[in-house]
Design a protein around this ligand. Structure first.
Ligand code: C2E
Ligand code: MG
Ligand code: MG
Ligand code: MG
Length: 285
């Protein structure tokens, strides 16, 4: 068995769960040097406003190109980096790069916000406000062009503290959105306490859209968001059918493979040039 596994001889001692554990430990170790060794890069996914037929903004999503294992998904390494604390320098890196890129786009005439995902852990280190303020300053970026995506699992932290941190960050002009809304620790009570600008409707809703029960729930969320003056962005929009259903329910901002996968900057620039022909006709209502 050892031979058939080639160089990965440590796998001999493991079956199933064991191999997973080994990979985890390996990733944990390699994460320490990944920043230094420039193994991370960012891809951007567009959010499209179907009402105005225009770009709403971009989301920055991190990628890790591991020298041996290839592309490792953030769903795998972000949780590890949260445990080890590496998430703090990683997020700082993402923020710096996303802000630089946003500034470049702005100078090219694409003046749209770029959002960055924030782990809860960032609110526990105590200097998030300072980190963001500094980066915005250094990059000379208009704070309105930065958006932070937080998640419902915030509810597990000290809400009063989170609220205060978010308030000071928002006072800079930075936008905040609630990611993956509606599927986590929910949520509706949280909206009354946590100061935000937008809701991102979890992909699961988009997936199931069309059945009367799901539509009723989505509809209620959208109506509530409107009353609270929050934008609603649908995640996981993959088809014309999704768009039509969502638009009918009053959701006008879409993010998903239908409009564009997460792309490197070069691809985004190419994508942007061709928008007229592709997306403008997506919604015929
Ligand atoms: P998320 O923030 O909810 O991001 C959306 C995820 O859904 C992304 O996966 C995106 O590629 C994927 N997605 C977008 N459109 C579609 C679609 O139409 N269909 C389907 N099936 N999927 C779609 P990705 O890039 O693998 O990221 C996974 C998660 O990792 C993110 O979920 C976010 O929670 C986390 N993440 C990514 N980058 C960062 C980062 O820089 N910092 C932190 N803290 N977390 C990050
Ligand atoms: Mg997100
Ligand atoms: Mg999301
Ligand atoms: Mg999600």
């Amino acid at each position: 068995k050892a031979k058939s596994l080639g160089k990965n001889r440590y796998c001999v001692y493991n079956d199933g769960m064991g191999a997973k554990e080994v990979r985890r430990m390996e990733l944990e170790k390699d994460l320490q040097l990944a920043l230094e060794n420039k193994q991370f890069y960012i891809v951007y996914q567009p959010k499209w406003n179907v009402k105005s037929n225009s770009l709403y903004g971009f989301e920055a999503l991190i990628r890790w190109k591991h020298p041996r294992l290839g592309i490792v998904s953030p769903s795998e390494f972000i949780p590890i980096s949260e445990e080890t604390g590496m998430i703090v320098p990683i997020t700082s890196w993402v923020l710096e790069n996303a802000c630089s890129q946003c500034k470049i786009w702005q100078e090219q005439g694409i003046e749209k916000p770029v959002s960055v995902n924030l782990s809860n852990r960032l609110f526990q280190v105590g200097n998030l406000f300072e980190m963001i303020r500094k980066i915005l300053n250094t990059k000379e970026l208009d704070p309105h062009l930065l958006e932070l995506e937080i998640t419902e699992s915030m509810v597990l932290l000290d809400l009063k503290d989170i609220t205060q941190q978010l308030q000071s960050i928002r006072s800079l002009g930075v936008r905040v959105s609630m990611d993956d809304f509606g599927t986590g620790y929910s949520s509706i009570g949280l909206l009354d306490q946590i100061p935000i600008d937008a809701l991102k409707l979890d992909r699961l809703f988009t997936n199931d859209i069309g059945t009367p029960r799901k539509n009723a729930i989505i509809n209620a969320i959208i109506l509530m968001a409107e009353e609270l003056k929050l934008d609603v962005i649908a995640e996981g929009v993959e088809s014309q059918e999704h768009i039509e259903h969502l638009a009918q329910l009053g959701c006008h901002v879409m993010q998903g493979y239908f409009y564009g996968k997460p792309m490197k900057v070069k691809e985004i620039d190419e994508w942007y040039k061709h928008q007229d022909g592709i997306n403008r006709n997506a919604l015929e209502v």
